[in-house]
Design a protein around this ligand. Structure first.
Ligand SMILES: NC(=O)C1=CN([C@@H]2O[C@H](COP(=O)(O)OP(=O)(O)OC[C@H]3O[C@@H](n4cnc5c(N)ncnc54)[C@H](OP(=O)(O)O)[C@@H]3O)[C@@H](O)[C@H]2O)C=CC1
Ligand SMILES: O=C(O)C1=N[C@H](C(=O)O)C[C@H](O)C1
Length: 251
C-alpha cells in the first residue's frame, strides 16, 4: 500500500517539530515537506503533499489554507485564532473544492477533548462555571483556542437547558479581574514559565464544586490526535471542527 504524503507547516516550531518527527516515524505516512516561515508554499504541490498539518500562527493559517484548498490538499489544523468569520470564509473555499477535507482541532490531546466533553455534560447541573487556562509564556493568543471552545460548548449546553445567568454580585472590578466573557462564561488566562498547556473547568452549585482538570505535560500528548486527523481527513470532505468527530466517544 502506498504511503500518505504529508507536509508540516510550522515545522521549526514547538509543536510542528514534534509533529514532523511523528509523521516521519509512522509506517503508513511519508513526510514530503517540513516548511516554516519564508519557505515557498508552492513546495507543497511540487512535493505532491496530500495532507498538510498546519501548526503555525493565527496570522498565517488562512493564507496557508486558501492555498491548500485551492490545490486539493487536505488540511489538519491545530493553529488557533478561529472566529465565525474565518470559519465562514474557509467553508466558502471548501464549497468550491468538494473533495477536499479540513479538520480544525482546538486541541489534539485526548484528555483535552474529554475535558471539553465532560464540561459540556456537566454544565447544566451547576449554577456557576468558570474556565481557567494556563500556558507557557511564549503563547501568542489568549484565551487559548481550547478554553474558547470549552466556554462555547458550556454556554450552548446551558442555553439548551434554559439555565439562568450565573450568580455574580460584582459591581466594581479592575479591568480583566473577572476574565474574558465568552458567551457568558468567564475565561481566565495564566501565562507562566514552566507550564505547557493546562485547563481547569470549575463548576459550582449549592454546597458543592466540581473541578475538571487536564494537563498536557509534553507536546507528545498531541501526536496521536494529529496522526488520527491525518489518516481520517482524506476520507472526510468539508469542514470538521473538533477531533471528537474522529473519535468513537460512545464506543
Ligand atoms: N490544537 C492543538 O492541539 C495545539 C495547537 N497549538 C497551536 O499551534 C500553533 C503553533 O504553536 P507553537 O508550536 O507553540 O508556536 P511556535 O511559535 O513555536 O511555532 C510556530 C512556527 O510556525 C512558523 N511560522 C509562522 N508563520 C508561518 C508560515 N506562514 N508558514 C510556515 N511557518 C510559519 C513560526 O516561525 P517564526 O518563529 O519565525 O514566527 C514558528 O516556527 C499555535 O496557534 C498554538 O496555539 C499548539 C499546541 C497544540
Ligand atoms: O499554544 C499552545 O501551546 C497550545 N495551543 C492550543 C490552544 O490554544 O488551545 C492547544 C493547547 O492548549 C496548546
Amino acid at each position: 500500500m502506498s504511503k500518505l504524503r504529508v507536509a508540516v507547516l510550522g515545522a521549526k516550531g514547538r509543536i510542528g517539530s514534534e509533529a514532523a518527527r511523528s509523521v516521519e516515524a509512522a509506517d503508513d505516512l511519508e513526510l514530503v515537506a517540513a516548511l516554516d516561515r519564508d519557505d515557498k508554499i508552492e513546495t507543497l504541490s511540487e512535493k505532491g503533499a496530500q495532507v498538510v498539518v498546519d501548526l503555525t500562527h493565527p496570522d498565517a493559517v488562512m493564507g496557508n489554507l486558501e492555498y491548500c484548498v485551492a490545490n486539493g490538499i487536505h488540511g489538519v489544523v491545530g493553529t488557533t485564532g478561529w472566529t465565525d468569520e474565518r470559519l465562514a470564509q474557509l467553508r466558502g473555499w471548501l464549497e468550491a473544492a468538494p473533495a477536499t477535507g479540513v479538520l480544525i482541532a482546538p486541541n489534539f490531546s485526548i484528555g483535552a477533548v474529554l475535558t471539553m466533553q465532560f464540561a459540556q455534560q456537566a454544565a447544566r447541573f451547576f449554577e456557576s462555571v468558570e474556565v481557567i487556562e494556563l500556558h507557557h509564556p511564549n503563547k501568542a493568543d489568549a484565551p487559548s483556542g481550547t478554553a474558547h471552545r470549552t466556554a462555547q460548548l458550556i454556554a450552548a449546553a446551558r442555553e439548551k437547558a434554559g439555565s439562568p445567568a450565573q450568580p455574580d454580585a460584582t459591581t466594581t472590578a479592575l479591568d480583566g479581574a473577572r476574565g474574558a466573557d465568552v458567551d457568558g462564561v468567564p475565561v481566565h488566562s495564566v501565562r507562566l514559565r514552566g507550564l505547557l498547556a493546562h485547563q481547569e473547568v470549575l463548576l459550582g452549585g449549592e454546597g458543592e464544586t466540581l473541578t475538571i482538570r487536564h494537563d498536557s505535560l509534553h507536546h507528545k500528548s498531541f501526536m496521536p490526535g494529529i496522526l488520527l486527523g491525518v489518516r481520517r481527513v482524506v476520507d472526510t470532505p468539508g469542514l470538521t471542527f473538533g477531533l471528537e468527530h474522529f473519535l468513537d466517544l460512545n464506543g
